[in-house]
Design a protein around this ligand. Structure first.
Ligand code: ARG
Ligand code: GLU
Length: 719
């Protein structure tokens, strides 16, 4: 009787933990088996093969990884590519100067000749993927240590990759899924000539800025346009004026039919990282240690950057991209912590662990294999906490200081030998020169120095555990009698790494002998001190603990999949192609408030305020609003701007196509809502929404605002 009672409770609780509607980032290769019936029941009109196929052209062929961290999609037969404004931001920024301020004014190529070349930018197509778990784990045994296991996995993977790419220009990689319980192979084609075609002014593409970032209701026209070029055979090639627009196997048709509440939508792209299967102790570390400290450091950085950006238009250009990067994660962590607390995430994880303990005793086999896994994770995290904190400060308050970044650029010159031939040396010097040119274009010493004082000299020694503090701080105590600012003054006066002139002078006549000079530079000494601390006292131990954590997480993951028999599992995001689907839906952020799932130009005008940088609507848009001059893109007199749906997305999904039931493009994913930012750790179907740019606003801006008819003509518009 008692047993029956317990199992009834367990069944009831398990049902509660079943992945509910719309949670999940699914593997496209498994669509047929795992999702297609559910998707079609919810409205999808395509087959699994039309979405993802290894044998025929499918929607996946119109998708790319854009740069290193975003998604992009093809929207014309001539290689025209759509992604977010914030994904192309680095490129738009790097082409901008006070004379040609594309950030402020936007940029449009009215012919292909006007497109701008972007050094270093690549896009990556997925050619094929396969489950290679058994080959990767061949000869791996449970008796192996974690290091031996990793070595074997690496050996096997190298062979598989070599085989998969033999005789082709493809690249390949193998990624672990479910914490190394499964492995998939990805074969890719990487294009290297990707040119900037169009970007709206920031007052459209970044409208609302960091004030509205991670928030709904939203009014950002977050898109930019690029074009992929190939050699005359359609193969990837480095930039050349002879390259021609790439003809993709597939591109998306654009639907102007619009979206209604309740409509089926899906997002196809490259989500970066989630951690849905953490034990409670790891969520505790995130909520109570990692996030608060990272937030504190970035609070200080942002306050200074914003003050200086507001005071000087040049500094605004120089620091806008850096500022957006620092602010983006900072704000997400704040939202994530709020959401996890609201959801009682730690308690819920503990509850799940409680159920696990009931289950694990049920058979001797389970007991033997899994009974210790949570205890071991618990004690591991206790030991790991201070190391993690030391590491977080090393990264956030040490390596991200601009002075330190400047020193790092010189490093390749320190590798040269006394007898390195002059020609080889010159090549290295030129590379370093180019990096410094880019660095100093966006460097403001006054801003950097204030951040250095507040963060490196202030917060680092105050909050980092003493044993993980670089030795340079001891020197400040002895040589400078604790007067850290005096240390800072001398550093910034004497180090060549904060002065463009001094670095240029060094590089103009650089010889092997100058290495000594560099090593005596106080900036270099500081960098060395940071690195020594990290390499000697943090990284070796942390790496061992992380290896142990990985192997425990592999076991914990396996256990979770076994004991939650009702739950539909999906692997954590790992920068591989995924599909997520959901519906357009309002939500209730708090008592008495409901958010509509749509916004329009009316809302942009309600926010309009010439005195606030983020809300200063371009005069031309004001004018178009007054005359209701929306071209064919309005609905009942309103111009749609963005919409939300229940798709489960994360960082990396930016720029992802948002598709309707027919697989046509209705939007571009660019964000999540504030109440849903914790979905990387725990998804809440009532609160989590992805935010998409309505494709009709994109068309309006390109067509009516920029009058770039040349681009509209390339696209295929359907109802
Ligand atoms: N929150 C979005 C994402 O995670 C957009 C970030 C860019 N926008 C910004 N205002 N910083 O990438
Ligand atoms: N803005 C994010 C990105 O750059 C997407 C939003 C999210 O994290 O869901 O990928």
């Amino acid at each position: 009787m008692k047993n029956l009672f317990i199992s009834l409770i367990i069944v009831g609780l398990f049902a509660g933990f079943t992945a509910r509607a719309d949670e999940g980032m699914w593997i496209p290769l498994l669509l047929q088996k795992e999702n297609i019936a559910d998707m079609q029941a919810k409205g999808l009109k395509l087959s699994a093969e039309e979405i993802f196929s290894l044998n025929q052209t499918s929607l996946k062929d119109a998708l790319v990884i854009f740069g290193r961290g975003c998604t992009g999609e093809l929207i014309s037969d001539e290689g025209l590519l759509l992604t977010n404004h914030h994904c192309g931001y680095g490129q738009i920024q790097s082409h901008s100067s006070l004379e040609n301020d594309y950030l402020t004014n936007g940029f449009w190529a009215y012919s292909k000749e006007e497109e701008l070349v972007n050094k270093g930018l690549t896009v990556t197509f997925l050619v094929s993927m396969a489950d290679v778990t058994s080959d990767v784990l061949a000869e791996v045994t449970s008796q192996m240590t974690e290091a031996e296991r990793q070595l074997k996995i690496k050996e096997n993977s190298d062979k598989i990759i070599a085989n998969a790419t033999k005789g082709t220009h493809y690249t390949a990689n193998i990624r672990p899924f479910y914490y190394g319980n499964e492995f998939y192979l990805f074969v890719n084609e990487v294009f290297k000539d990707v040119r900037l075609v169009g970007a709206p002014p920031s007052a459209i593409g970044k409208f609302g800025g960091d004030t509205d970032n991670w928030m709904w209701p939203r009014h950002t026209g977050d898109f930019s346009l690029f074009r992929i070029y190939a050699d005359k055979d359609g193969k990837p090639a480095d930039y050349s004026p002879d390259n021609v627009p790439y003809h993709p196997k597939k591109f998306f048709k654009i639907s102007t039919a619009g979206v209604q509440e309740g409509d089926f939508t899906m997002v196809y792209g490259y989500p970066g990282a989630t951690q849905e299967y953490l034990p409670s102790v790891a969520v505790e570390q995130l909520v109570n240690v990692t996030n608060p400290h990272r937030i504190r450091v970035r609070d200080a950085i942002l306050e200074i950057m914003e003050k200086e950006m507001n005071a000087d238009p040049l500094v605004r250009i120089q620091y806008s991209s850096k500022n957006a990067g620092v602010a983006n994660a900072w704000k997400k962590w704040i939202g994530e912590n709020k959401g996890l607390k609201r959801m009682n995430a730690i308690e819920r994880k503990k509850e799940l662990e409680h159920q696990f303990y009931q289950w694990v005793g049920s058979t001797p086999e389970n007991r033997g294999k899994y009974s210790m896994v949570l205890h071991r994770l618990d004690s591991l995290y206790q030991v790991m906490n201070p190391y993690q904190l030391g590491f977080d400060y090393f990264v956030e308050a040490g390596m991200s200081m601009e002075l330190v970044k400047s020193v790092r650029i010189i490093n390749s010159l320190l590798q040269i030998k006394e007898n390195t031939p002059q020609a080889a040396l010159n090549i290295e010097i030129d590379k370093v020169k180019a990096s410094y040119d880019a660095f100093f274009k966006d460097y403001d010493q006054h801003t950097d120095r204030q951040i250095f004082d507040a963060v490196f000299l202030g917060l680092y020694p105050q909050y980092c555990p003493a044993e993980f503090l670089p030795d340079i701080f001891t020197k400040m105590e002895t040589k400078y009698k604790g007067n850290r600012l005096k240390f800072g003054d001398e550093l910034y006066q004497k180090s060549m790494f904060v002065s463009k002139d001094k670095v240029q002078a060094l590089l103009a006549t650089f010889t092997y002998k100058d290495i000594k000079k560099i090593q005596k530079d106080p900036g270099f000494i500081l960098y060395n001190s940071l690195m020594n601390k990290y390499l000697n006292d943090i990284s070796p131990k942390l790496a061992l603990m992380q290896a142990e954590r990985d192997s425990l997480m592999r076991l914990w993951m396996e256990a979770q999949r076994k004991f939650q028999t009702n739950k539909r599992f999906y692997p954590d995001a790992n920068s591989t192609l995924r599909l997520t689907y959901g519906v357009v839906k309002p939500y209730y952020p708090r008592d008495g408030v409901q958010y509509e799932p749509f916004t329009s130009l009316d809302g942009i005008m309600q926010k309009d305020n010439p005195d606030i940088y983020d809300y200063n609507v371009p005069e031309k848009i004001r004018e178009m609003y007054r005359t209701k001059n929306y071209g064919p893109y309005a609905v009942n007199g309103r111009l749609p701007v963005s919409f939300i749906a229940t798709n489960h997305t994360t960082g990396g999904n930016s720029g992802s196509p948002v598709l309707n039931a027919d697989g046509n493009l209705i939007g571009v994913n660019f964000d999540r809502n504030w109440e849903g930012t914790m979905s990387d750790v725990m998804y809440d179907p009532d609160m989590c929404r992805n935010i998409s740019l309505d494709i009709r606003y994109f068309l309006f801006v390109v067509d009516q605002f920029a009058w770039a008819k040349n681009l509209i003509q390339e696209m295929v518009l359907v109802k």
